[in-house]
Design a protein around this ligand. Structure first.
Ligand SMILES: C[S@@+](CC[C@H](N)C(=O)[O-])C[C@H]1O[C@@H](n2cnc3c(N)ncnc32)[C@H](O)[C@@H]1O
Ligand code: SF4
Length: 397
């Protein structure tokens, strides 16, 4: 039986000052004055459209992602949160995160976000090296980054995340370590440490920048930075996420544990479990901000709406759960997918045989080797992909 999991709310705010050359998020360079009020009205209409799928449920986190949500003035964020809390039950003490580009931080803004109900700020720092920041096409420099974090701290925020990227053009191992050290000096609650990837349809994919570290150097950077973070009390709980005790990101944890979320705003994705119908649905909005704005609240704003068939669920579940160090209990798999453990017994046995997963204290966990070959582990769980009696990656179908 499918059990109804916790529910989160994702809100996509799609504009940026400038498009970064590595970025494949649904983000668009702002041209002229942005329609903040119309966008908030459209978000609330979009939320109304999904409400019948979530009646009576409680929201445990809200995440304003982008794009650059910090381009939105605090009164717009406040009006959205008030409207959303009138439509959905908000859990007491829910986590409310807002992504911020340090180049958009202004004095007074963080206090106003805080008054609106935002209690967690996630900064897109990327690096503290000004040369690296320039090569990444960022609008901020390291002084802006440090000043922005301090402004947020002065406004009373103690739940801050800093996003860093590594394997940057022109970056050495020592430079990657220095970035982590400078992040740690600001004493954030959480650090996200992403390897720069060349995403299709980005400027970097078309014209890769000079001086990109090779895979071995990227691996060394990851290991050394992981050790620095661990030594300062930041436990890695996901492939790219590190937190102090009690400071894991509840919103992202809910994704990785295959929880539910409503996704509203241009191009946003949602996943909802319908207990009565024993269905899992994924729906997503049209991507372009002006097309979405014109249609929000109606069926035309939907880019698609699919039922996740039982055969697809093991792969979807593993894709998320195996990112987590904590792994999962077989009972969690059964509750979140509505399938018996027997549905994954064969690929689990194969993954154990290859040393990619272990079962310990009633939980199934990725090993260090499994972490390194994560894509191969996932492929064992693809529909119709039976485990092979040989070692080596499984071909996807
Ligand atoms: C939506 S952005 C965060 C907020 C804001 N837009 C910013 O960039 O400052 C989410 C994060 O994803 C990471 N990211 C974006 N593109 C990436 C890429 N190609 N490879 C690795 N990490 C990437 C960056 O660390 C970025 O901060
Ligand atoms: S500011 Fe963030 S979302 Fe916007 S283009 Fe750059 S990385 Fe992408």
């Amino acid at each position: 039986m499918l059990a109804v999991p916790p529910l989160a709310l994702y809100v996509h705010l799609p504009w940026c000052v400038r498009k970064c050359p590595y970025c494949d998020f649904n983000s668009h360079q702002a041209r002229g004055a942005l329609p903040f009020d119309a966008y908030v009205d459209a978000l609330l209409a979009d939320l109304d459209h999904d409400l019948p799928l979530a009646w009576g449920r409680t929201v445990s986190s809200v995440f304003f992602g982008g794009g650059t949500p910090s381009l939105f003035p605090a009164p717009a964020i406040d009006r959205f949160l008030q409207g959303a809390s009138a439509r959905l039950r908000f859990a007491p003490g829910l986590e409310v995160t807002l992504e911020t580009n340090p180049g958009t931080a202004e004095h007074g803004r963080f206090a106003d976000y805080r008054a609106a109900g935002v209690n967690r700020i996630s900064f897109g720092i990327q690096s503290f090296d000004d040369g690296c920041l320039q090569r990444l096409g960022r609008i901020h420099d390291s002084a802006d980054a440090e000043a922005a974090v301090k402004l947020a701290q002065d406004a009373g925020y103690d739940n801050l995340n800093l996003d860093l990227m590594y394997a940057l053009p022109g970056q050495s191992l020592a430079m990657a370590e220095r970035d982590v050290e400078r992040a740690l000096a600001l004493a954030p609650a959480h650090v996200s440490h992403y390897q720069l990837t060349l995403e299709p349809n980005t400027v970097f994919a078309a014209r890769p920048p000079a001086g990109l570290p090779d895979e071995d150097l990227a691996w060394d950077m990851q290991e050394r930075c992981q050790a620095l973070l661990a030594a300062s009390g930041y436990a890695q709980y996901e492939v790219s996420a590190y937190a102090r005790t009690g400071r894991r990101c509840r919103h992202n944890l809910n994704y990785w544990r295959y929880g539910d979320y409503i996704g509203i705003g241009a191009g946003a994705h949602g996943k909802l479990t319908l207990g009565g119908a024993q269905q899992i649905r994924r729906r997503w909005r049209v991507r372009h901000p002006s097309a979405w704005l014109a249609a929000a609240g109606g069926a035309a704003a939907l880019g698609g709406d699919d039922a996740i068939e039982p055969a697809q669920r093991p792969f979807e579940y593993m894709l998320n759960l195996l990112r987590l160090r904590e792994g999962f209990r077989p009972g969690d798999f059964e509750a979140r997918t509505g399938l018996p453990r027997a549905a994954i017994e064969a690929p689990l046995a194969e993954a154990r045989r290859r040393g990619w997963l272990i079962e310990e204290g009633g939980r199934i966990l990725p090993t260090a080797l499994g972490g390194r070959f994560a894509n191969d582990v996932m492929q064992l769980f693809l529909p119709d992909t039976g485990p092979e009696p040989t070692t080596g990656p499984q071909p996807g179908r």
